[in-house]
Design a protein around this ligand. Structure first.
Ligand SMILES: *[C@@H]1O[C@H](CO)[C@@H](O)[C@H](O)[C@H]1NC(C)=O
Ligand SMILES: *[C@@H]1O[C@H](CO)[C@@H](O)[C@H](O)[C@H]1NC(C)=O
Ligand SMILES: *[C@@H]1O[C@H](CO)[C@@H](O)[C@H](O)[C@H]1NC(C)=O
Length: 413
């Protein structure tokens, strides 16, 4: 069973690995308020494990020590930023790489190249355009798959339980593989094979890395590595095929091939986007529907908007842009479900946040989960209330944190 906590947990592990192995120098707390290490060797790692997740730990940390607070990963100082205000002081759009992508790359054993500013911008643009083109050309497919799922649900008696996560995951796997990798996944068997690989990879990323059990069990380790190798070989095949033949239906990987990327980059990017695209699509849709079931009022409002925009007309991608309330529902889902609770950066030169000096090489956490539930920005933060996004300044705040607009992570599209 995959949980949101996984994202926090995996971040934690990647960060610990990064901290312990890549940056062995130790630093002093530099007067930033925070918690003392509970153990000489592990720092506050036991406290994090006891809190249940990194997010919960950070909630408590910021409650006690304020918006800029420190703690210890092993012997290394970490500074966490817990309000939108301090985040904005620290945020530098030139240095932002997608944290989810960074995390996955490091888990998959890919080198995370802190490319140059212009190269990062170029690739961001390429991904954005590639996602837009793939969505556009596969729109009829998306409609068809949605309608299939809808028909299935409509055929159920009203009282019947719907295995929501399972059905949505199926939908996400079918639609995302087709949009990213193309017609090979018209074949149900290919989707099932991909689902197995996807399941193996995510369950080990969620669990095996956490408790170290993956390294201790050679059977599982072999299975995990086999799954990754199988996926790589499928992707290599597809890349070769799509390079050689002119294919009519444009998909994501075609944009990468046409862009100025190396073979290895195309492979890594298509790996990241197919794995992450499926999981993010599945999680976002599952939570959106789940939250909708808790509020009849929101359901009615959404239904009314959809009725007004489409009426009896066919659904088109242009008209979808007019669904403002629907967009609010999705933003509120991302916020309430904390789809990405933490992101991280390494401080490359000495900097300042508020009155505090942040030494070079400090690991900085953006406690997004904490920020997204800060009652001063989000009144009644635990309530699912899409109307809060009716206010333009709230939407702007959300964009400035990277959840929509120009810094939105492309997988979220
Ligand atoms: C980001 O990069 C641009 C151009 O390279 C530069 O003009 C700008 O000052 C940089 N911004 C920050 C916050 O460093
Ligand atoms: C290792 O993993 C396999 C497959 O999940 C399992 O069947 C086996 O019991 C595990 N072995 C040990 C020693 O835990
Ligand atoms: C393609 O990328 C290479 C290196 O990554 C660079 O030297 C070259 O100028 C790029 N070409 C174009 C057309 O962007």
């Amino acid at each position: 069973m995959l949980d949101f906590a996984i994202f926090a947990v995996t971040f934690l592990l990647v960060l610990v690995a990064a901290v312990l192995y890549l940056y062995p120098a130790s630093r002093q707390a530099a007067g930033i308020p925070g918690i003392a290490p509970t153990e000489e060797k592990d720092g506050n790692l036991p406290d994090i494990v006891n809190s249940g997740s990194l997010h919960e730990f950070l909630v408590n940390l910021h409650e006690k020590y304020g918006p800029v607070a420190s703690f210890w990963f092993g012997r290394r100082l970490v500074v966490s930023l817990g309000t939108a205000d301090v985040l904005k002081q620290h945020f530098n759009p030139n240095k932002t790489s997608d944290p989810f992508e960074t995390m996955l790359k490091s888990l998959l054993g890919y080198r995370s190249d802190g490319g140059s500013v212009s190269e990062n911008h170029m690739r961001r643009k390429l991904y954005g355009n590639a996602v837009a083109a793939a969505l556009q050309s596969n729109f009829p497919l998306l409609l068809k798959l949605s309608e299939e799922l809808l028909d299935k649900w409509l055929s159920y008696p009203e009282s019947q339980h719907v295995p929501l996560s399972q059905h949505i995951l199926g939908f996400a796997l079918k639609s995302v593989t087709r949009m990213i990798l193309g017609s090979r996944f018209e074949d149900e068997q290919e989707v099932i094979r991909f689902q197995k690989i996807h399941g193996t990879v995510w369950s080990e990323i969620g669990k095996g890395f956490l408790d170290g059990s993956l390294d201790k069990n050679s059977t599982r380790k072999t299975q995990y590595e086999d799954a990754l190798m199988q996926l790589e070989s499928v992707l290599k095949n597809i890349i070769k095929e799509r390079k050689e033949r002119d294919v009519s239906q444009h998909v994501f990987i075609d944009s990468l091939i046409q862009g100025n990327l190396t073979e290895q980059q195309i492979l890594e990017d298509s790996m990241i986007f197919s794995l992450a695209g499926c999981i993010i699509t599945a999680k976002l849709c599952t939570w959106a529907i789940c939250f909708l079931t808790t509020s009849e009022e929101v359901q009615k409002k959404l239904y009314k908007e959809i009725d007004q925009v489409f009426g009896k007309d066919p659904i088109t991608s242009e008209k979808i842009e007019q669904l403002r309330y629907c967009r609010q529902v999705l933003c509120e889902t991302v916020r309430t479900a904390k789809l990405t609770p933490v992101s991280a950066q390494l401080q490359d030169t000495e900097g300042k946040v508020g009155p505090f000096v942040i030494p070079k090489e400090t690991l900085i956490l953006y406690a997004l989960g904490v920020v997204l539930q800060d009652p001063s920005t989000w009144p009644s933060p635990h309530k699912f209330d899409p109307d809060r996004f009716a206010d333009g300044s709230v939407t702007e705040e959300f964009s400035s944190l990277g959840f929509s607009g120009s810094w939105e992570c492309p997988e979220l599209r």
